[in-house]
Ligand binder design. Structure first.
Ligand SMILES: [Zn+2]
Length: 105
């Protein structure tokens, strides 16, 4: 087994899966750790959670590059109501349902 390196950690399981899908489409094998502690994928956990994305060391730089380009393409926005950070594709805050504000990206 090749050594693996933790790429990123997030409290947002949906975000973790978004990143995983993006990275895998770029040829990076991703392992999500910590997910077993959470509920099903269809549920959005609301408590403090920690999900980690792990990649092989040899793919770490590629993964980092892909993450950076994702950030550039899809700026996140921050909910003005609860201060949760949302993906750019969300029109409503996933946490509290407040409408998107364009003041923050
Ligand atoms: Zn909110």
């Amino acid at each position: 087994m090749e050594e693996q390196t933790r790429l990123v950690a997030t409290g947002n399981l949906l975000e973790a899966h978004t990143w995983k899908g993006m990275l895998e489409s770029s040829g990076v094998q991703v392992e999500i750790r910590g997910e077993a502690l959470l509920g099903g994928v269809g549920e959005l956990p609301t408590g403090i959670q920690n999900v980690e994305l792990w990649v092989a060391e040899s793919q770490y730089e590629l993964a980092k590059t892909q993450m950076a380009s994702l950030d550039a393409q899809c700026p996140q926005w921050k909910c003005v109501s609860c201060h949760e950070v949302n993906e750019s594709s969300f029109e409503l805050c996933w946490n509290c349902g407040a409408e998107r504000s364009e003041k923050y990206s």
